[in-house]
Design a binder for this molecule. Structure first.
Ligand code: CP
Length: 312
């Protein structure tokens, strides 16, 4: 076991290389188990997972709920915690967390405020998993992202990664940047409209860990050299100004023509959902990995629940 104890999952920085290896090997076991004899299907049969989502989700919520059920556990949930939990009556996140600790063994939480998962973890007696906190972080997404990149490039070194789109409000690219800094000789290129450039805290972190990063505007040029292009949606719901949103919307689209200029062994990723930044005609090119990436979320989340609740 890593020297780091996996008590909560709140931010990408908490994972060291040893713990990443443990998570990825456990995810491999989960993937093999689902395709094989299903030995894991009763491993968490005495455990309950509460999924508390204050923001919409398809992949994260359903993959966590599927993961828990595939391990034999139970799930308690609400359709929309902002509307159907006592948050609608003014209950604080802190009070809700304390109450849920008595009902469940693990809480998977998506919240609209950055830092909320960390605050919940501070007062929680059971593991908290950050399923996305506003424009803060989405660490389980970053884990499945790196798992997907490592599947294509097992050495995980010397890779050119391009992050494209909404880098200012995008919690996935923030969490992924933190995780990539754990690997050697990574080069990250940020491609975004001026109104949603990557924030300075991430750039300062990359500098601190000697990760080379660049900012570019020409996606066609970046696409030719990248090993991985990580596209993201412009998140309309997080913009404070309609004009800023309109300036950013539909600016960067990875068209089939741009894809034809990519390296043959490069990969295209996207945390999804998408709007128009990857046209559907790109889905069938060999470089497209975003549906496989979403599927990997199931294995990673099974691994996390298993490690958090069984501690093995
Ligand atoms: N990638 C991701 O977080 O998707 P959802 O918002 O559908 O959970």
């Amino acid at each position: 076991m890593s020297t780091f104890t996996l008590k909560h999952v709140v931010e990408s920085q908490q994972f060291d290389r040893e713990l990443l290896t443990i998570v990825f090997k456990t995810a491999d076991r989960m993937k093999a188990d689902l395709a094989g004899d299903r030995r894991f299907r009763t491993f968490l049969n005495d455990k309950i997972m509460a999924s508390l989502f204050y923001e919409p989700s398809t992949r994260t919520r359903f993959s966590f709920e599927s993961a828990m059920r595939r391990l034999g556990g139970s799930v308690i949930t609400t359709e929309n915690a902002r509307e159907f939990s006592s948050a609608a009556k003014g209950e604080s996140l802190s009070d809700s967390t304390k109450i849920m600790c008595g009902y469940a063994d693990v809480i998977v939480m998506r919240h609209n405020e950055a830092g909320s998962a960390s605050k919940a973890a501070d007062i929680s007696s059971i593991p908290i998993i950050n399923a996305g906190d506003g424009a803060g972080q989405h660490p389980t997404q970053a884990l499945l992202d790196v798992y997907t990149i490592a599947d294509a490039f097992p050495d995980m070194s010397g890779l050119k990664i391009a992050m494209v789109g909404d880098l200012r409000y995008g919690r996935t690219v923030r969490s992924l940047s933190y995780l990539l800094s754990k690997y050697n000789d990574m080069e990250i290129t940020f491609v975004s409209p001026p109104v949603c450039r990557m924030e300075h805290d991430i750039k300062a972190y990359l500098d601190k860990y000697d990760v080379a990063w660049y900012e570019e505007t020409d996606l066609a040029r970046v696409a030719k050299e990248a090993d991985c292009i990580y596209m993201t949606r412009i998140q309309k719901e997080r913009f404070h100004s309609v004009d800023d949103y309109l300036e950013a919307a539909s600016k960067y689209i990875l068209s089939a023509e741009l894809v034809s200029g990519m390296k043959s062994d490069a990969i295209i990723m996207h945390p999804l959902p998408r709007v128009d930044e990857i046209p559907e005609e790109v889905d069938n090119v060999p470089q497209a990995r975003y549906f496989e990436q979403a599927q990997n979320g199931l294995y990673i989340r099974m691994a996390l629940l298993y490690l958090l609740l069984k501690g093995e």
